[in-house]
Design a protein around this ligand. Structure first.
Ligand code: IPE
Ligand code: IPE
Ligand code: MG
Length: 238
């Protein structure tokens, strides 16, 4: 087989957990649990094939609109997952995964924020793959947060408004310092971004599929990468 070009940064919208559970007559929370296991598996596989950055969309700023039972089931799942990962620190370090949480901190329970901080701190020296987990993430809010930081610099006289560039935005969003996603994957049959990486995806390639996230396999990731290899990225050129 011809050597394929593995995207440096892949973004994944982990969608379809609820429908997966419904198909099985299970509560939606069971779909989220199944989805979390797939997250683990795909994260390991991405590392294995040489992906450098991977961003998983786990909870959007709009997901607070869901029934309180579902929101709290999701928060419980994040909490349990992060506590468990904390116990396996050594193993995680060996895996070389540097974890970042992307999102707006306000609104997230304090104990979960503390788990974000310790997880990031403990993994900060890992250098094989950067794993971004987007929780309480919204692309528009991310841009608003960046604009506020830049406005503060203007107020302090550090920068003139006419000198603001695209790089200033890129350097003040949650993914500052990372390459933009080359490929964005959305399973579950929806054809939209739902406020995911809207600044960063200006020139991303998109891959959609009807597979529900808990059914997503390594072979599906391979298929997405193979299709990506047949795309012609022009970036506005010829
Ligand atoms: C994605 O699955 C998980 C989150 C948004 C937290 P959904 O819960 O949106 O699953 P569907 O879309 O209802 O099937
Ligand atoms: C997008 O899925 C958010 C996550 C997967 C975390 P949603 O299920 O919330 O998106 P919509 O509501 O169908 O656009
Ligand atoms: Mg959904």
């Amino acid at each position: 087989m011809e050597k394929r070009n593995v995207p440096k940064h892949i973004g994944i919208i982990m969608d379809g957990n609820g429908r997966w559970a419904k198909q099985r007559g299970l509560p939606r929370s069971e779909g989220h649990k199944a989805g979390a296991n797939v997250f683990r598996k795909i994260c390991d596989y991405a590392d294995e094939i040489g992906v450098k950055y991977i961003t998983f969309y786990a909870f959007s700023t709009e997901n607070w609109r869901r029934p309180p039972e579902e929101v709290s089931a999701l928060m419980d799942l994040f909490r349990a997952y992060l506590r468990e990962a904390e116990e396996r620190q050594e193993e995680n370090r060996e895996k070389g995964m540097r974890i970042h949480f992307l999102g707006h901190r306000e609104g997230v329970p304090e104990d979960i924020l503390a788990l974000f901080d310790t997880t990031e701190e403990e993994s900060k020296d890992a250098d094989r793959i950067d794993v971004n987990i987007a929780i309480n993430y919204g692309g528009r809010l991310e841009i608003v947060d960046a604009v506020k930081k830049i406005a503060e610099k203007v107020r302090n006289g550090e920068i003139e408004p006419e000198d603001i560039t695209e790089d200033d935005i890129s350097n003040n969003i949650y993914t500052a310092g990372q390459d933009d996603p080359d490929l964005i994957i959305r399973p579950s049959g929806e054809y939209r971004l739902s406020n995911f990486l809207i600044w960063q995806s200006a020139y991303s390639e998109f891959w959609f599929s009807d597979i529900l996230w808990p059914d997503f396999t390594e072979a599906d990731l391979d298929k997405a990468i193979d299709d990506y290899n047949n795309r012609n990225r022009r970036f506005g050129g010829v």
